[in-house]
Design a protein around this ligand. Structure first.
Ligand SMILES: Cc1cc2nc3c(=O)[nH]c(=O)nc-3n(C[C@H](O)[C@H](O)[C@H](O)COP(=O)(O)OP(=O)(O)OC[C@H]3O[C@@H](n4cnc5c(N)ncnc54)[C@H](O)[C@@H]3O)c2cc1C
Ligand code: SF4
Length: 649
């Protein structure tokens, strides 16, 4: 920008958040003395309407062409102040934020030193502001369709919301049926079955022509950008067509039998099977992973509904937004962990859910080793809150509630069963606290421990639990007929495949990371890609459904306008300096750069719509040809040199 900088600096008190620690009047006097600064003011709340008006009036009256706001983090109010510049007729990217709250007043207590530090932060911002340039925004048309990965409650809810608002939805589920884990939870709270919840959702999906369901399908390629994605789906064959009348003769004929994953290995199923009564989509399917193509089912089928030669299909779909709702995996204890795998008396919570479900392998009866147990112990936090070396540090949030729901159900059905609940803390938050009280009324015995987890001992004389009771401060050993391990939620084991295709990122705990845990939940760091349900961390069904609705609303907000504004602070190539080495191509995590021939030269070219402005290419470029708008080398250097400047120099 050739015009001479005329900088306005605005220092916010943020009530006492900043002014309580930083001498804001002194800071304003100091800011006014900096080069090219025309005006510097302090005000109690710069983001308030009077504060904003102050800036607007100065821009007009004093012909300011760069603005520095010394206040809170840019993630709080950068957009607010950009709008101020815009409404005063200035390009909104001629703004620089100096964070003197999170980076200064909130983390220091010495007023004098904090004020000196605030001066440095403001000086650096003003130096950078002198080199700011206007940035123009570009718009692109959007496709008004949405793809959703994962057909659990979160994905289904998002699909229903979008379709009922008139958008076409492609609901992609890896398994043969929709519903996710909620479909196999017996009782999600007293009197409410998981299956009933998902079946109500199935009805709305089945009746909506805008929802296109693809089961046994996976997204294997994703191209494009927010508003304009193209995805490639691989769809595995079912091998059974619509002529099937579900007579079941094929199932009887099939010689292959394996453990049934829908019953968490408590029952067996054939290679040709129907997942469970009321599953959706209905009907038989062949599990290609175990089918030996012997042809017995084909011979048994009188309606010629089976085709063993069916092949996978690849299809391409265009859509404007993607919602990732691929859920979680239940934690599976390792062999021997709390006796798991060493005795049929030791079950996981999900296995108990199946036993207590009327459609489960024992038709709702808690039969363990052939009989109704007289004594059952629940062991909490298995795989969660670092109880064992293989477990995770976080609380899975749902296992306490679910274990208590099941313990109460057991007591309702068989009041004579003696139930022990062995726990460190009970996490029944919100209205679920009532379950804890109800369990107490039903004489469920709570044993709290701290430190050393309980020992499950499998002996020839029977199964015992040994634990140090925290209240009695003594070790007790209880003989039990069944042990229920309250296993929690872990990230899906193949989440890496989804990440590789979608470039979503995961956080420390392995779940998908939201753009900001507080300010941008359900948004991924990539625009146009949203995250719903338990794939971003443990959630109950209600919370998963809420986040499905939220992700749908976000997707609608993006695609319903018909056009999308591309990220403006993107990488730009200085063609004079580019040698076409291609280092930027391998550095770019968004595949936004290619090499093109121009008048005999090889030059890097940035696809504006694909660039997310992460700046990786600019830092990798050995010749300085790649520059990030808003963070050009000259701007950053000015900022860094200002740090080493001594006042008055
Ligand atoms: C032991 C236990 C008991 C629980 N009990 C209760 C309870 O009583 N009440 C309650 O409210 N909550 C309970 N929950 C929590 C409940 O299971 C979750 O809140 C709910 O299932 C989350 O739904 P979701 O759609 O996010 O994920 P999921 O139910 O996991 O669904 C995700 C779907 O995505 C599919 N998928 C995975 N990867 C892909 C891919 N790459 N492409 C396409 N599709 C994919 C999966 O096959 C699945 O269908 C319990 C959890 C545990 C561990
Ligand atoms: S919900 Fe309960 S059992 Fe599950 S991890 Fe948290 S405290 Fe442990």
């Amino acid at each position: 920008m050739s015009e001479k900088p005329r900088i306005g600096i605005y220092i916010c008190h943020c009530g006492l958040n900043i002014a309580g620690t930083v001498d804001v009047e002194e800071l304003a006097r100091y800011a006014a003395s900096l080069p090219d600064v025309i005006v510097a003011r302090d005000y109690v709340f710069m983001c308030s309407e009077p504060g904003q008006n102050l800036i607007k009036e100065d821009i007009k009256e004093k012909e300011l062409n760069r603005i520095v706001i010394a206040a809170c983090s840019p993630s709080m109010h950068e957009q607010t102040f950009r709008s101020v510049l815009e409404s005063a007729g200035l390009n909104k990217y001629l703004l620089e934020m100096a964070n003197i709250r999170e980076h200064c007043s909130w983390i220091h207590s010495d007023r004098r030193k904090a004020t000196e530090k605030a001066k440095e932060i403001v000086r650096m911002a003003a130096s950078k502001a002198r080199y700011l340039e206007p940035i123009e925004e570009k718009t692109f048309p959007t496709t008004r369709n949405v793809m959703i990965l994962g057909g659990g409650v979160a994905g289904m809810r998002a699909a229903i919301e979008l379709a009922e608002y008139g958008f076409e939805v492609y609901l992609v589920e890896r398994k043969p049926i929709l519903g996710g884990k909620s479909a196999v939870i017996g009782y999600i709270s007293p009197g409410i079955r998981g299956k009933e919840i998902v079946q109500k959702m199935f009805e709305r999906i089945r009746g909506n022509p805008r929802i296109h369901v693809f089961t046994q399908a996976e997204l294997i390629e994703l191209k494009g950008f927010a508003g304009n994605f193209t995805g490639k789906l691989r769809i595995h064959p079912k091998h059974v067509n619509e002529r099937c009348n579900e007579c079941g003769e094929c199932e009887d004929a099939c010689p292959i039998e394996i453990s049934n994953e829908y019953d968490f290995s408590l029952s067996r199923r054939k290679a040709i099977y129907k997942p469970f009564p009321g599953s959706y989509p209905e009907g038989y399917i062949i599990d290609d992973r175990v089918c030996v193509k012997c042809g017995e089912c084909v011979r048994a089928c009188r309606r010629k509904a089976i085709d063993l030669d069916g092949e996978e299909k690849l299809i391409e779909i265009k859509f404007g937004a993607l919602i990732i709702a691929v859920g979680y995996d239940p934690y599976r204890p390792s062999k021997g962990e709390f006796g798991y795998g060493l005795s049929d008396s030791v079950l996981t919570l999900f296995q108990l859910e199946r036993l207590l479900d009327e459609d489960g392998p024992t038709r709702g009866e808690p039969i363990v080793r052939g009989k109704i147990p007289e004594t059952i112990a629940f062991v909490q936090c298995v795989g969660s809150r670092s109880t064992t070396p293989s477990s995770r540090p976080y609380c899975s949030r749902m296992c306490c509630t679910s274990a208590l729901t099941n313990a109460i159900r057991l007591k309702e059905k068989h009041p004579e069963i003696e139930i022990f609940f062995i726990y460190r803390d009970i996490m029944t938050y919100g209205s679920d606290e009532g379950l804890y009280e109800e369990a107490g009324k039903r004489m469920i015995k709570f044993i709290k421990y701290e430190g050393e987890p309980p020992q499950v001992q499998i002996t020839p004389e029977g199964v015992f639990i040994e634990v140090t009771d925290y209240l009695l401060q003594e070790s007790i050993r209880i003989p039990v007929d069944a042990v229920i391990l309250s296993t929690g939620m872990i990230p899906p084991r193949d989440l890496g495949d989804v990440i590789a295709v979608t470039r979503a990122t995961c956080g420390e705990e392995g779940f998908l990371r939201e753009a900001h845990i507080k300010l941008a939940p359900v948004e991924s760091p990539t625009r146009g890609i949203y995250i719903a349900g338990s794939v971003s961390g443990p959630k109950n069904i209600r919370e998963s459904i809420i986040s499905g609705s939220a992700a749908a609303a976000k997707a609608m907000a993006l695609i319903s306008r018909g056009e999308v504004v591309a990220e403006p602070m993107i990488a730009k190539v200085d063609e004079e300096r580019c040698s076409g080495c291609g280092i930027c191509i391998s550095a770019c995590p968004y595949n936004a750069i290619s090499i093109e021939e121009k008048e005999g030269d090889r030059l890097a070219r940035v696809e504006d719509a694909l660039c997310m402005g992460c700046g990786t290419c600019a830092s990798a470029c050995p010749s300085g040809a790649m520059q990030q708008l808003g963070f050009k080398d000259i701007q950053i250097r000015a900022q860094i040199s200002a740090l080493s400047e001594v006042e008055g120099k």
